[in-house]
Design a protein around this ligand. Structure first.
Ligand code: GH3
Ligand code: MG
Ligand code: MG
Length: 393
């Protein structure tokens, strides 16, 4: 029976070690998800704890139990901290250190004075709490990747429950000093669940990482790297094919004589100007709206749920805010202007693409009229395009 238990312990140690290597490899290939690294450190501590615990099962003694206790409780604390790190970011080490300290303070003195039975009860109870707590963290984050996260919640809670069972059997046994490792049905069940749970949690952690990477790539594909605004593709994903009614407008902006800014001050100066303009757009954005960089120095704003005339006022606010900016970069100073074109949907609805094209036409009217101004698209042009149906702002 003892041999069986030790074989299971060995299997647990080997599966934990393999998992540790896999997680480390995954983290190393793209060092973004640092909760994986925290899991690697946790597993490292747990594997070391399992090895020392197997010495304890072979020849008893308080020293190996105390060391195994310290290693395993630190490992489980780090697993819990990894889940907090996954959910809310930040460094996990402070929390891991704090939890480890509490666990050591609660159980270690009992083991050291020979109350190993009580120490093991505390160890099992604390592990159950840490694992169920870990499950709760993933539960709270379940929206991000429902499949893998719900799987992880179940596995952590079932593993936690199996530690609680071990504690229950030891409590029922009623001995505060054992003098030997506990071997009973709950311990065997616990180790079996841990082997299965460890493998499952490992593969789900990898799935979670892949899920995050895919979401990150999707986000990158939709975001303009320079300004952080959504890009043309994302704007069309959101509004393409939709019909805009009279309370929705599209405003298109184009920075005036931007090429000459690049020529006079350099491309990186131009980049900074683009970022500043993006800030001005965001500052004027309405709650139900979107701001995108269409490309180059062209931007679009969709304003929804607004009263007539509001879009034009917003466009002019952006224009004036930008014109009033004293742009100073690396000691170089300039003022810069922008032109805008506004087009509003119609009561019976008009395709987004049409409204955008009309706004674009109005923008070129603004350029023709001398720049640093906003022009409104004529509704008549959407029915019969006419080159001289221009309406001034
Ligand atoms: P207009 O007033 O008629 O709009 O004149 P413009 O010079 O702004 O227009 P034009 O389209 O000739 O120039 C746009 C310039 O924007 C050309 C291109 O080099 C520059 N540009 C496009 N993308 C970027 C970018 O990401 N960064 C920088 N710095 N410049 C860019
Ligand atoms: Mg321009
Ligand atoms: Mg342009």
């Amino acid at each position: 029976m003892t041999l069986d238990y030790r074989s299971l312990l060995l299997a647990l140690g080997v599966s934990a070690a393999c998992l540790m290597v896999t997680l480390f490899g995954t983290w190393f290939s793209r060092r973004s998800d640092s909760f994986l690294l925290t899991l690697v450190v946790s597993l490292c501590l747990i594997v070391a704890g399992i090895i020392v615990y197997s010495f304890f099962t072979a020849q008893s003694g308080l020293a190996p139990l105390a060391i195994a206790y310290a290693l395993m409780m630190s490992g489980f604390s780090a697993i819990n901290a990894a889940s907090v790190q996954f959910r809310s970011g930040g460094s996990p080490w402070r929390l891991a250190g704090m939890l480890s300290f509490i666990c050591l303070a609660l159980g270690m003195p009992l083991i050291l004075v020979g109350l190993d039975g009580l120490g093991l009860i505390i160890m099992n109870v604390l592990t159950a709490i840490l694992l169920v707590g870990t499950g709760c963290q993933y539960w709270a984050a379940r929206r991000e990747a429902p499949g893998p996260l719900l799987g992880m919640v179940i596995l952590y809670c079932v593993s936690g429950f199996s530690f609680a069972l071990c504690a229950g059997v030891l409590i029922a046994d009623g001995r505060s000093s054992l003098g030997e490792p506990p071997i009973n049905w709950a311990e065997n069940l616990n180790i079996g669940i841990c082997i299965a749970g460890m493998t499952g949690i490992g593969s789900l952690s990898l799935a979670l990482h892949q899920w995050r990477m895919a979401a990150l790539h999707r986000h990158e594909a939709m975001t303009d790297a320079l300004t952080g605004l959504v890009n043309r593709r994302a704007l069309f994903d959101q509004f393409g094919g939709k019909r805009l009614n009279a309370s929705t407008a599209v405003i298109v902006f184009d920075i005036d004589r931007f090429k000459s800014i690049n020529d006079r001050f350099g491309h990186s100066f131009g980049d900074e100007v683009l970022k500043l303009f993006a800030q001005d757009l965001l500052a004027e954005m309405v709650p139900a709206g979107a701001v995108a960089r269409l490309g180059g120095e062209e931007f679009a704003m969709v304003v929804s749920e607004v009263m007539p005339g509001r879009a034009e006022r917003i466009a002019n606010s952006v224009r004036m805010r930008f014109a009033a900016r004293d742009i100073v970069i690396d000691g170089k100073r300039l003022r810069c202007t922008v032109s805008g074109g506004v087009s509003v949907g119609i009561p019976e609805g008009q395709p987004f693409e049409t409204v955008l094209n009309l706004a674009d036409g109005a923008l070129y009217d603004a350029k023709d009229a001398g720049r640093d101004r906003v022009e409104i698209a004529s509704y008549l042009r959407s029915i019969a395009p006419a080159p001289d149906s221009r309406t001034s702002a």
